[in-house]
Design a protein around this ligand. Structure first.
Ligand code: CTP
Ligand code: MG
Length: 250
């Protein structure tokens, strides 16, 4: 079994920048944890996997850091394309670079550049669970906390503080979507092209696939596979990677 990888890394990390003045100048995918950038950590499990045939990274058009990293990683499977306005645009543009290389049925794994803690075991768990599946699916976690919906607040959309409870939701069937998300090349290309033409913005690949009327599989992931969104996540990721590196299993 072989798969292709798309890594959207063209975001500007606005929430991280606004969460800490000291982090405002660097895109979050280029912050360093234990001597390596977040993006390098995110790429590592794929580059260490012989089943990974090619990795397309979507970068911002003015990104000066990527060429340095690409040279230092020196892996012939790596290439980069310019990303787009939304994450879904970046993924769609990266998929286009696989045209002629990936067959219609080939598996494509999409993984956020902002997720540096994906382990080899979690990646293998996803691939093994889905490789015979018709549609594909995604890593996800059942919600553990009780979930509240806040009452709408006119003119206060930028602040999460001091919100009031409108309702308590039944968390029974609710999952948090993680990455990688794994779908067939032709289906994912079609799903993202159609949403783009329709002017709709899916928040992840699975939603675009759902809009085709298909049902992605949920594969239980690992709570350590966090996404760097605010400064706190950076602290958590550093602690998680340090713990992994000091564990006997490596
Ligand atoms: N991403 C992308 N192209 C975009 C927007 C996002 O490739 N136009 C990527 C980000 O680089 C990140 C991943 O999609 O690896 C997940 O997005 P998110 O966590 O939202 O990152 P940002 O958009 O950079 O952050 P923010 O939303 O806080 O600005
Ligand atoms: Mg974003």
């Amino acid at each position: 079994m072989r798969y292709f990888v798309v890594v959207p890394a063209a975001g500007s990390g606005r929430r991280l920048a606004s969460s800490s003045a000291g982090l405002a100048d660097v895109r979050k995918q280029y912050l360093e944890i234990a001597g390596r950038t977040v993006l390098e950590h995110a790429l590592a499990p794929f580059l260490a996997d012989a089943r990974c045939a090619r990795v397309v990274v979507a970068i911002a058009p003015d990104d000066a850091r990527w060429p340095v990293i690409e040279r230092s990683l020196a892996d012939p499977r790596l290439c980069a394309v310019a990303g787009g306005v939304e994450r879904a645009d970046s993924v769609r543009l990266a998929l286009a670079a696989l045209h002629g290389t990936a067959s219609a049925e080939a598996w494509v794994l999409v993984h956020d550049a902002a997720r540096p803690c994906l382990s080899a075991a979690e990646l293998s768990g996803l691939v093994t669970a889905l490789q015979l599946h018709d549609v594909g699916g995604l890593l996800a976690l059942p919600l553990a906390d009780t979930v509240k919906r806040a009452a709408p607040r006119a003119g206060r959309v930028s602040s999460n503080a001091l919100a009031q409870v409108d309702a308590t939701l039944d968390r029974e069937d609710l999952w948090r979507a993680l990455t990688p998300q794994m779908f067939r090349f032709a289906a994912l290309t079609e799903a993202l092209s159609l949403t783009s033409l329709a002017g709709r913005v899916p928040t992840d690949e699975a939603q675009a696939i759902e809009w085709l009327g298909l049902q992605p599989q949920l594969v239980a992931g690992d709570a350590r596979n966090i996404k760097i969104t605010t400064a706190v996540d950076l602290e958590l990721a550093a602690a998680l990677l340090a713990a992994r590196n000091s564990s006997p299993a490596g």
